[in-house]
Design a binder for this molecule. Structure first.
Ligand SMILES: Cc1ncc(COP(=O)(O)O)c(C=O)c1O
Length: 456
């Protein structure tokens, strides 16, 4: 591969820039990578580079004798080939047996590029072009050990310690540990029934104190948000993009499904013709397997480079075996087969949601309300109609005593504020027996609490 083919690797002969001021408030972020300035990059992203060995790897190729890599000699590896027995994609198709062997097996067994195996990155770039209508350009795809891994590395690439970040709330709680490690100032932007509210976002930014560093980054799960279940319409996304334009923001868009396009990544070019303001995360966890630990980030090349530098230092690269297995499957299914599978997965959860919601309605009517989720695997149950203000106490005491558990809402707020909500999951629960019985117990717990509060 030539250096220019691998966007994520800069020239190995460029010296690492000097460490910038790490506590730079109110100095704006921004760094020069590969000769281009990106205002979203953190000082750290500018002060670290892929190390001297990995930095040379992209230069290896035909005609070059290389003494560079400390790759283990593959003749010592005990794998000849791997046969994948694949189920048909949901919704139709055939069972297949596929061999993982030859060059791809060699790549799967060996150290590989930090951004990921070229074969799967190419396949996924084509997918993104197909799904989001983005012609190849100044964006790329990098692989990670799940989208969790990529998001954590992305936060390091765009935030200096102590920087503010706008968070859709309630928020996927998995992003909180990294942001706490970075001592990020998390600014809560409450969702309404359509997810991230553009009005609220504008209000926060319009009233931002002049002497404080402004947030430059928003994190959102725009479809089937975990936990709120909300999904943003096309118009809502355009409204948010208009606010992003006004305040020059970067959107970190976190997706677990291929459904409900257009995405921010697609709509971005209507507002920012040059792109560069949406960093998208896709996960294979709900579509292929969670244990395969694969996700991919799509977005501005220089921010992906910041992520890849982090990967080079943290784990060298995402499991090449996982990438090769996924690539074999994706290649066999093709883009249409993969998308059809993804739609069937969404339908599978939608059917479960209907049964689950019916059970919830039967037992919680008058005590709780929720927005019916168009995607995802959670109900975000608001118990304020029953007079519950702090679900943590209810779950810890009355609900546990009755034999039922759900996640108290406060886990999904960076501030840990008390919440009348609980998150309940319908992904694996037995819908015939456990779901109705669980809701019956939750209703009993709510009644116990109401009696204690003197409400009945
Ligand atoms: C909203 C959201 N983002 C990211 C993740 C992590 O995904 P992955 O398994 O790809 O790391 C999850 C996992 O449940 C999630 O709910």
């Amino acid at each position: 591969m030539s250096p220019s083919e691998d966007s994520a690797v800069s020239s190995p002969f460029v010296q690492s820039p000097k460490l910038g001021a790490m506590n730079g408030t109110p100095k704006p972020n921004g760094a020069v990578v590969n000769g281009q300035r990106n205002d979203f990059l953190s000082d750290r992203a500018a002060s670290t580079e892929i190390d001297g060995i990995r930095g040379l790897m992209p230069l290896e190729g035909p005609g070059i004798i290389t003494f560079v890599a400390g790759r283990p000699n593959p003749t010592t590896f005990p794998f000849d080939s791997i046969t994948l027995h694949m189920k048909p994609p949901l919704g139709g198709g055939e069972k297949r047996d596929v061999e993982l062997d030859g060059e791809l097996l060699d790549a799967a067994m060996q150290y590989g590029p930090s951004a990921g195996l070229p074969q799967i990155r190419k396949w996924l770039s084509d997918l993104q072009t197909h799904v989001h209508g983005r012609a190849p350009g100044n964006w790329a795809v990098s692989m990670g050990s799940g989208s969790q891994d990529l998001m954590s590395k992305a936060f390091h690439a765009v935030l200096n310690p102590g920087d503010p970040i706008l968070m859709e709330t309630p928020v996927y709680s998995g992003v909180l540990p990294t942001l706490r490690l970075l001592q990020a100032k998390m600014v809560e932007v409450d969702v309404d029934d359509e997810g991230l509210s553009a009005t609220r976002l504008e209000e926060i930014l319009a009233n931002w104190p002049a002497d404080q560093k402004r947030p430059r980054v928003i994190y959102s799960t725009p479809v089937g948000c975990n936990p709120s279940g909300c999904s943003a319409s096309k118009q809502r996304k355009l409204d948010v993009l208009a606010v992003m334009k006004k305040y020059d923001l970067l959107m970190m868009e976190d997706y677990l499904t291929q459904n409900l396009i257009p995405s921010y990544f697609e709509l971005e070019t209507q507002v920012f013709p040059e792109g560069g303001h949406v960093l998208r995360f896709d996960s294979f966890s709900k579509l292929l397997s969670a244990g395969i630990r694969l996700g991919f980030a799509t977005g501005p090349k220089d921010i992906l480079h910041g992520i890849d530098v982090n990967t080079a230092g943290a784990n060298l690269h995402t499991s090449a075996l996982s990438q090769a297995v996924a690539f074999k499957l994706l290649e066999a299914w093709g883009i249409e087969g993969f998308l059809s599978h993804a739609h069937c997965v969404a339908d599978f959860y939608a059917e479960r949601r209907d049964i689950f919601e019916a059970a919830a309605r039967k037992h919680l009517d008058g005590l709780a309300k929720w927005v019916s989720p168009v995607a995802g695997m959670f109900l975000w149950i608001d118990m304020s109609p029953a007079g519950i203000t702090d679900s943590y106490k209810l779950i810890r005491n009355e609900a546990f005593a009755k034999g039922v558990l759900a996640v108290p809402g406060q886990a999904f707020y960076p501030s840990g504020r008390p919440s009348p909500h609980v998150r309940v999951s319908f992904s694996v629960i037995d819908l015939e027996t456990e779901a109705p019985e669980g809701f019956r117990r939750l209703a009993e717990a709510i009644h116990d609490k109401r009696r204690e509060l003197g409400l009945e």
